[in-house]
Design a binder for this molecule. Structure first.
Ligand code: FAD
Ligand code: UDP
Length: 370
């Protein structure tokens, strides 16, 4: 007799793990969770490296949210280390405050200024576009060409291997523009990292007698081995359908860590390099975790094309990809025994809190359907 479960859950990231916990604890269901990687936590995975430094293995994961519901839920599994995320840009041989604000403007002028002067200047620089249709128009309409060229055009091209004009406005629209002295990277009311790290938080989420976890196991392998009533799928939706509608594009990334025998490497948690080097940013997460150590580890991020042997880190938000995704979404709609949830399965450039909220909503649907 093959093993039998209520749910087969593919992917041990936020989407799959939240659903496994809810179904097991909230509805008494048995869940088999598989992930083809050798660890839990998906892209939020963090680990202590050889130098004893806690690093984010797949790029920086700055948890932030305005949702009390999401904070309340995750707080069952972690305490929090509150932090204000700070990012600098390196260009023209010096550091700049980022996102663009009055301090950045003063750095540009080389003298003291005011909100009034910045607003008056931006009013002249802005390209009048009432409804920006893409990322180039978005930035031009907010700050004009000078800052677009300094901070956005090359970073975006490096990151996505697409011109900003070929990406949805929301991509560069993630980055705010301010005319006060607020240097914070994001403004959500809750900004904090899990106190013992993401992986420790996921261990607690998944520690349940009705959740069976199998790592280094692909969906196809699991599907052939066990019986289940319902499938929760958090991988790439085009892969699920054997690419029959065509391949959705993704961006991949190479993360290179380096340890230095000194307390800090750079002046902030994250430095972006729009116009220098092949990497987009250097992250020294120790600034944010608050870990005390005489040594430090940084991670450089090199954007790469997605292909065999590579992870799909980013869906590419653009009109052409939306058309293709829609074909898969229509097929997904018709599935009765499969729930698609998470960043790859719904092809959405979502942050962690949005994925948690999505998983909680899906749980409510499954709970009431049973
Ligand atoms: P994932 O974490 O990708 O989990 C999916 C899992 O499914 C993976 O572990 C994968 O191995 C597994 N899987 C896929 N297919 C199969 C299969 N066929 N068989 C078995 N297993 C399979 N969000 C923020 O809120 N703040 C940030 O600062 C932030 N920074 C980010 C930086 C980078 C570089 C990246 C890539 C993302 C960042 N995010 C950030 C987004 C965050 O990572 C996601 O929102 C979140 O992790 C998505 O969770 P998920 O469960 O949907 O997907
Ligand atoms: N971006 C940019 N310059 C920067 C930072 C961001 O042009 O210095 C653009 C770029 O297109 C990037 C997008 O804004 O992909 C969103 O940036 P964010 O830091 O939110 O990206 P993520 O952390 O998701 O990789």
């Amino acid at each position: 007799m093959p093993e039998s479960y209520d749910y087969l859950i593919v992917g041990a990231g936020f989407a799959g793990s939240v659903l496994a916990e809810r179904l097991a604890e909230g509805s008494g269901k048995t869940c088999l969770m598989v992930d083809r990687r050798e660890h839990i936590a998906g892209n939020a995975y963090d680990r202590t490296d050889e130098a004893g430094i806690l690093i984010h293995a797949y790029g920086p994961h700055y948890f932030r949210t305005n949702s009390d519901k999401v904070v309340d839920y995750l707080s069952r599994f972690t305490k929090w280390h509150h932090v204000t995320y700070q990012v600098l840009v390196w260009t023209g041989g010096k550091y700049w405050q980022f996102p663009i604000n009055l301090n950045t403007f003063e750095e540009y002028l080389g003298r003291a200024s005011s909100t009034e002067e910045m607003e008056a200047t931006l009013a002249k620089w802005r390209v009048p576009i009432s409804q920006p249709k893409n990322s180039e128009e978005m930035v031009l309409s907010q700050v004009g060409r000078e800052f677009y060229e300094m901070f956005f055009r090359n970073y975006t091209t490096k990151q996505w291997r697409r011109d900003p004009s070929q990406l949805d406005a929301a991509v560069c629209g993630r980055i705010p523009v301010r005319t006060d002295r607020d240097n914070r990277f994001v403004t959500e009311k809750f900004q904090a990292l899990p106190q013992d790290g993401y992986t420790a938080m996921f261990e607690r989420i998944l520690k349940h007698p009705r959740i069976t976890l199998r790592l280094k196991t692909d969906y196809r392998e699991a599907r052939a081995q066990v019986k289940y009533r319902h499938l929760i799928y958090t991988g790439m939706i085009d892969e699920f359908y054997d690419f029959t509608e065509g391949r959705l594009p993704y961006r991949s990334m190479r993360f290179e860590a380096e340890t230095f025998q000194r307390e800090f490497f750079q002046p902030a948690m994250q430095v972006n390099y729009p116009n220098d080097f092949d990497y987009t940013r250097v992250v020294e997460i120790k600034h944010a975790t608050g870990q005390k150590s005489p040594v430090t580890t940084i991670v450089r991020e090199y954007p790469e094309d997605f292909g065999p042997g590579k992870e799909a880190y980013y869906p590419i938000p653009a009109p052409d990809t939306k058309v293709l995704y829609q074909k898969y979404a229509e097929r997904a709609e018709r599935e009765k025994q499969v729930t698609f949830v998470g960043r790859l399965a719904t092809y959405r450039y979502y942050n962690m809190d949005q994925v948690v909220a999505m998983a909680l909503t899906e749980y409510d649907k499954l709970r009431t359907a049973v």
